[in-house]
Design a protein around this ligand. Structure first.
Ligand code: FAD
Length: 593
């Protein structure tokens, strides 16, 4: 089985040449993030990922998390690895320095998140949820709550969870029933949440739950939801840990993948009621939770990238070892490794090209997040934020869907051995499968893109994006880049047409717009990937004559060309699906199914 090795060369290229690392480090407050420091951080993270987290991935999958008498037990080795993770300061990499964080840019954090997820997705989920809790508390928590909880979450001494889902309330949170009754300076919570990731474990002393619940007399639907912080262990006035709160994990789910990440059924208030503290304002819970969800959605997109990279590395190494058949056109002679067969090459390159496109898309968005937070010009901050808001559902939906496809291709490269657990290839497919479901399914991301992002600003942020892609298209004049330019032009034309169609139809026939929405989301994803691969090709072509690192740049040019030739044509099929046939999804009556 292949161990994980972080693709540092590509990460550094994308950060520097596509995501404007220099510009990011010049932003106010980012002075510490010198290029040397960033490189050192990446190298150390790569070591932790490959030497500590990756070796636990397969055993963690086989053993899984377990529910003991005192609560959930993490898989063997996870608690020690988590302590190393915390001691290394990895949890607070981009956290507020006043709370013990290191204040490094989102761009740097993004590269490390890719590594944690590639090495061990189950493990990586724990800090992913903590990051969301930190964000919600930072933006909406009272000074007292922040003082008691934020620093511990930033350092990772305690972990955070996100408690939204109930049996009757999944995509539709208006059906949440957990109640919160005022009780002096706090509330008492009663109810059950399901599917709570890392809802309990023995890796830290405390777990901080962020819970959506309904106060008495709250309005019906999502307008009546409030957000509460419910610690597993209550905190005494002097800051020390006190009594156990009335919240516990009653069972953990048996599931397809991510076995080492406990998916908990959480029970609140079986006795006197779980003590909870209001975060932000009553009835604004969903809006506050969205801070957390947006953060988590972006990170689930990166998770898709990470797991796809791991599946690729495994498939590539296997293809170089497995001897089968002879080269095309040779009936006799030496048998060769399967990587010599053109169809295996096609599979490997489609994995590699799409992964590199996903990475560039994800890192450029992370840089946009840095610019949106810290750029001195408010207009530029606004523009970057509009771009991030528009594209978060695309990053989440497209990268998580591609991760499944790539992990599946990884199995195909292995042939029968891919289907056998021993190689590890099937674990990546099982693990990746959840990323397009949690934090909002792809259908929900697509509805968000069309209904909440595209329509309200009448496509302004999308038009800005199209303009930027067209500017790159115009620079691809070189003969060697002509095929890339032609493919990108066709893809952007298709994006423009599809966008116009969606904007035109969404008010008139919302059902047709929603039936087309996932195809539209995927279309936007493929175009964004093509845009970044074209930018990469431009940089390589420009720098090639003056470079020693020819091999990387030549390889990137070939990969960008493959993306243009083999992947971008999917955009036109998606455009047709969007503009001509989507409403046929509603052609059958319910009884006809
Ligand atoms: C392993 C795992 C970990 C999880 N971790 C957490 C966690 O930490 N915290 C938490 O709160 N939740 C968590 N979840 C829950 C997860 O977020 C939900 O499962 C997810 O949001 C989908 O909700 P649902 O399962 O109820 O599916 P449903 O909402 O019933 O959806 C079923 C299908 O209908 C579609 N659908 C539903 N409504 C619409 C609509 N309006 N438009 C278009 N299509 C629609 C969906 O896309 C989907 O295909 C986790 C789930 C799993 C399996």
């Amino acid at each position: 089985m292949t161990t994980y090795s972080a693709p540092l060369r590509d990460m550094q290229f994308v950060m520097k040449d596509l995501a404007d690392l220099d510009g990011v480090t010049e932003l106010p407050g980012n002075a510490e993030a010198t290029p040397d420091l960033v490189n050192a951080v990446l190298e150390e993270a790569a070591k932790l990922a490959s030497e500590v987290l990756a070796p636990l991935n397969k055993p963690g999958d086989a053993q899984g998390a377990r529910l003991g008498d005192g609560g959930v037990l993490a898989a063997d080795g996870f608690a020690v690895a988590y302590q190393q993770f915390v001691n290394g300061g990895w949890n607070g990499l981009s956290g507020d320095p006043e709370c013990g964080g290191q204040g490094l840019p989102e761009l740097v954090l993004t590269a490390t998140i890719e590594m944690w997820n590639a090495a061990n997705m189950s493990f990586a989920l724990c800090p992913l949820l903590t990051a969301g809790a930190m964000e919600a508390l930072k933006h909406h928590g009272s000074p007292t709550l922040k003082k008691s909880y934020l620093a511990k979450l930033v350092t990772g001494d305690w972990t955070g969870t996100m408690n939204l889902t109930e049996p009757q309330a999944g995509s539709d949170l208006s059906a949440v029933r957990t109640s919160a009754v005022p009780h002096g300076d706090h509330y008492r919570l009663y109810g059950q949440k399901i599917f709570i990731t890392w809802g309990d474990h023995d890796m830290t002393e405390n777990v901080v739950h962020l819970v959506l619940a309904r106060t008495p007399d709250a309005p019906e639907g999502v307008r009546g939801l409030s957000l509460f912080l419910v610690p597993k262990i209550l905190i005494n006035a002097d800051g020390t840990l006190g009594e156990r709160n009335d919240v516990r994990c009653v069972s953990i789910e048996h599931k397809l993948g991510i076995h080492a990440s406990p998916t908990c059924v959480m029970s609140f208030g079986e006795q006197e009621g779980a003590v909870g503290f209001l975060v932000g304002e009553e009835n604004k819970g969903l809006a506050h939770m969205f801070t957390m969800m947006n953060e988590a959605r972006q990170k689930v997109g990166i998770q898709g990238l990470g797991i796809a990279e791991r599946a690729y590395q495994q498939a590539r190494d296997y293809a170089k070892e497995r001897i089968q058949g002879r080269p095309v056109g040779h009936k006799a002679g030496e048998r060769v490794a399967i990587i010599h067969h053109p169809d295996v090459r096609r599979m490997l390159l489609s994995m590699k090209a799409q992964i590199e496109a996903m990475r560039a898309f994800a890192y450029v968005m992370a840089a946009d997040m840095d610019f949106a937070r810290r750029h001195p010009d408010p207009a530029e901050r606004g523009r970057r934020q509009a771009r991030v808001s528009l594209l978060i559902p695309v990053l989440k939906g497209w990268c998580s869907e591609l991760a499944i496809e790539i992990a599946s291709t990884g199995i195909q490269v292995h042939g029968g051995m891919g289907y056998i657990e021993e190689t590890g290839a099937s674990q990546y497919l099982r693990d990746s499968r959840i990323a397009s479901i949690y934090e909002g399914t792809t259908g929900i991301q697509a509805a968000d893109l069309v209904g909440r992002k595209l329509a309200p600003d009448q496509g302004e942020a999308m038009t800005d994006l199209i303009r930027e892609i067209r500017a790159i298209e115009a620079k691809l004049g070189d003969e060697e880049l002509k095929a890339i330019r032609d493919a990108l032009t066709a893809a952007v034309d298709a994006l423009q047409l599809a966008t116009r169609w969606v904007l035109e139809i969404v008010g008139r026939d919302p059902q047709a717009a929603m039936a087309a929405s996932v195809s539209y989301l995927m279309l936007v994803g493929y175009v964004c990937g093509g845009w970044q691969m074209a930018r990469a090709a431009l940089v390589c072509k420009r720098e090639l004559p003056s470079l020693e690192d020819h091999d990387f740049h030549r390889q990137k040019l070939a990969t960008a060309r493959f993306y243009a030739d083999q992947i971008l044509p999917k955009v036109d099929a998606l455009r047709k699906a969007v503009t001509s046939g989507a409403s046929t999804a509603m052609a059958l009556t319910e009884e006809q199914f």
